[in-house]
Design a protein around this ligand. Structure first.
Ligand code: AMP
Ligand code: GLY
Length: 423
């Protein structure tokens, strides 16, 4: 089977690694890929969806897997399906679960999926009245549209929440994306990421992961796309998995069907566990990054079959197996991340000479470019060092041993990935 992966990050690279291990995969293409994905397959520099579909036909590509949300929200799946091509991901209308927070919150309310109490509005007066009804001084204000992960303000007082709402509504914080807002109750608990691979009717739930969104140790500093992750997290037991399946995923799949937008692709459920109850914070319609980088290596079954069956509505035929190991991923980011882009600089990876490390760790490359065989750190999140092990501690030790072999000027990383599991 020939497979194309749309995207350029560490997430897409890790899907490429999983396909590389899969004996039924012949050729792998990345559109556009990065400076390291060329070693796993062929980078295709076509951005226009129709031309990309032509490329898929011309090169007998059997399956396309879409990594990031932007092409999904722009309708790449609809266009490929219209051309009779097999593509894994949600249609444009199903991708609204991520593209609009207002749509998502109203969907959760309509199908009685537990979520934080909220109001969605474009009126400052309505928002202020709602804020006054909340007991907690902490309030969460969210811009409706996609803001590259920055559209959420956790205000520490009602006044701050009102001010944040005003700045969103008048367009000064996030432009058009903030002209409608969701204001919601602050939830105090621990946060998890769960991923369900869906085919519209059925799903396969992957091991629960925990991301580390803040830049600095101890969850300090600004929000980022994610500085590290681990899975499976011991913070989830079978009771929570069952609750997520019954109270979140099943009603979401049947709800999306009734809305005329069956959900196919990765349903990424951002959860807050409050007193043992999973409360849905948000949906995304794609894999998390860096969560994907640690989940893909835990997949024992062939990746191509999983994605192909999901894309062709046959997931119920599958019995997917996961390894009983743990994965820990540590992101290495460039000097000025997440504030601005950093000067490009060479990456040096020492030769790994210990068998143990060679067999149980690897790098998932993200923001890298290549010139004359030399790899450069050129993006914000540059790469993820992944360690696998029989315990979280062992996986984490290996991830940090690998980190110690990777060098580039100004590298930033957290030293406490998986701390919540080890406390
Ligand atoms: P979102 O984009 O909705 O996931 O929000 C980004 C981050 O803000 C989440 O990952 C949480 O850490 C935090 N957050 C969002 N909503 C809430 C809430 N209602 N209570 C507490 N924290 C929240
Ligand atoms: N790591 C969180 C995300 O991909 O949105």
């Amino acid at each position: 089977m020939n497979v194309m992966i749309v995207g350029s990050g560490g997430r897409e690279y890790s899907i490429g690694l999983a396909l590389k291990r899969d004996s039924s995969v012949d050729k792998i293409y990345f559109a556009p890929g990065n400076g390291a994905s060329k070693d796993l397959g062929t980078n295709v520099l076509i951005t226009d969806f129709a031309k990309l579909a032509d490329f898929v036909v011309d090169n007998s590509i059997d399956l396309t897997i879409v990594g990031p949300e932007t092409p999904l929200s722009e309708g790449i799946v609809d266009l490929f399906r219209d051309r009779g091509l097999v593509i894994f991901g949600p249609t444009k209308s199903a991708a609204r679960l991520e593209g609009s927070k207002v749509y998502m919150k109203n969907f959760l309310a309509k199908y009685e999926i537990p979520t934080a109490k909220y109001i969605e509005t474009n009126s400052l007066e309505e928002a202020t009245e709602f804020i006054a009804t909340l007991d907690d001084e902490r309030v969460v204000v969210k811009a409706d549209g996609l803001c590259a992960g920055k559209g959420v303000i956790i205000a520490t007082s009602h006044q701050e929440a009102t001010d944040a709402t005003q700045h969103m509504l008048d367009g000064s914080s996030f432009g058009e994306a903030g002209k409608r807002v969701v204001v919601e109750q602050f939830l105090d608990g621990y946060e998890l990421s769960m991923f369900a691979i869906c085919d519209g009717d059925d799903f396969i739930l992957l091991p629960a992961a925990q991301d580390h969104k803040r830049l600095l140790d101890g969850d300090e500093g600004p929000n980022t796309g994610g500085m590290g992750a681990y899975a499976p997290t011991p913070l989830v037991d079978d009771v929570i998995y069952e609750k997520v399946k019954e109270r979140v995923i099943r009603p979401t799949l049947s709800g999306m069907k009734s809305e005329g937008a069956p959900f196919e692709g990765v349903l990424f459920i951002g959860l807050m566990i409050v007193d043992g109850e999973p409360i849905t914070l948000e949906f995304n319609v794609r894999f998390g990054d860096p969560e994907c980088e640690i989940l893909m290596p835990l997949l024992k079954s062939p990746a191509s079959e999983l994605f192909y069956k999901a894309a062709t509505n046959n997931i119920s035929e599958l019995n997917v197996e996961f390894s009983n190991q743990y994965g820990v991923g540590v992101v290495m980011a460039s000097r000025d991340y997440p504030y601005k882009s950093s000067p490009s600089c060479e990456i040096i990876v020492d030769e790994i000479v210990h068998d143990d490390l060679l067999q149980n760790s690897h790098i998932s490359y993200a923001g890298v470019s290549e010139e004359d065989g030399v790899l450069f750190a050129s993006g914000g999140r540059v790469l993820v060092c992944v360690g696998l092990g029989d315990s979280i501690q062992e996986a984490r030790d290996r991830a940090y041993m690998l980190v110690a072999q990777v060098h580039f000027a100004g590298k930033q990383l957290r030293s406490d990935i998986a701390y919540q599991a080890l406390n």
